[in-house]
Design a binder for this molecule. Structure first.
Ligand SMILES: Cc1cc2nc3c(=O)[nH]c(=O)nc-3n(C[C@H](O)[C@H](O)[C@H](O)COP(=O)(O)OP(=O)(O)OC[C@H]3O[C@@H](n4cnc5c(N)ncnc54)[C@H](O)[C@@H]3O)c2cc1C
Length: 273
């Protein structure tokens, strides 16, 4: 089988899926599908796709056993628009090919992110890198939005003033906020996309990048639904246990109490929830 065309994927190609207040994800192109994964895995036997159940079984087997290279045979090009602070986290995923809009070349659009009221939270007490789950008062929500908007407007005024003075675009932009929207084309193979999704769908990832990951998983389900199902089963919702935690599970199965204590026991319980 040469070129993979998947009807469900063709139907959503080029469609903008909204994320945050002004962002989006758009699938520009895809190469391969579930069929390509099984086809490339079976190449050593000279066999192609078989029945639906056999293909599904093979894809499950491959992911469960971390035989990941057939998943690298499927790739995607996305067009993504996201705030710069999200892009800074995103760019740490080094296995993608990226081409970003240039603020040296283009005049940046006056588009910055303002969080929705229900996503404005105080600093978490127990996690130095996260927000608390508690909602803040409506007065506080309004105050935060007002402060953010005021700052964004002020930095855009400076930007426009510098441009009007004829200052180079590459210099005029340097005080623009991290909330400014940027755009890029992002090309990645399925194995590395699963790695990105595992990390960025995790509840410890920042909400503003997690929502992009959620949309992207839904998009790629149209291209390779079997692989996505296997990913959810063996990677996304699977749990990793330490040696001591495995010993604790054995004790629990034998009807004995867990030998773990304190923070170690708390982490263990959190994993079992
Ligand atoms: C919740 C969360 C919090 C984070 N907090 C911080 C933070 O506070 N500060 C911070 O700096 N970062 C932070 N990060 C970023 C994190 O440390 C990683 O840089 C990021 O998640 C990318 O992971 P990766 O390197 O596995 O991914 P990729 O770059 O996509 O790489 C995928 C895999 O390829 C291999 N690989 C790729 N490039 C190389 C290479 N050059 N050498 C060797 N192996 C390579 C590795 O096995 C790697 O796991 C955070 C990430 C998350 C998800």
């Amino acid at each position: 089988m040469a070129h993979c065309i998947v009807a469900e994927a063709e139907a959503i190609l080029d469609k903008e899926f909204s994320v945050l207040d002004k962002g989006f994800v758009r699938l520009v192109d895809y190469m391969g599908s579930d069929a390509r994964i099984v086809q490339s895995a079976r190449v050593s036997y000279g066999e192609g796709t078989k029945t639906y159940r056999q293909d599904q079984g093979l894809i499950n087997y491959l992911l469960r056993n971390e035989h990941t290279s057939p998943f690298e045979q499927v790739s995607f090009t996305f067009h993504i628009k996201m705030p710069i602070f999200v892009a800074r986290q995103w760019i740490r995923h080094r296995t993608a090919k990226v081409n970003e809009i240039s603020g040296r070349y283009s005049i940046m659009a006056e588009e910055a992110y303002i969080p929705e009221k229900e996503h404005i939270n105080l600093q978490s007490d127990d996690n130095k890198q996260a927000r608390s789950d508690e909602m803040v008062s409506p007065e506080m929500q309004n105050k935060v939005i007002e402060l953010l908007q005021k700052d964004q407007e002020r930095s855009f005024e400076t930007y426009k003033e510098l441009l009007d003075l004829g200052i180079a675009r590459e210099l005029s932009r340097i005080n623009l906020p991290l909330s400014l929207y940027t755009q890029w084309y992002w090309k990645i193979d399925l194995h590395n996309l699963f790695h990105f999704l595992k990390l960025r769908l995790d509840k410890h990832a920042q909400y503003e990048i997690r929502v992009y990951a959620e949309v992207m998983l839904e998009i790629i389900k149209n291209v390779c639904p079997m692989a996505c199902e296997a990913f959810e089963n063996h990677i996304l919702y699977a749990k990793k246990f330490s040696k001591r935690e495995v010993e604790a599970i054995k004790e629990l199965l034998a009807g004995k109490p867990s030998p773990l204590e304190g923070r170690e026991q708390a982490i263990f319980e959190e994993k079992l929830r």
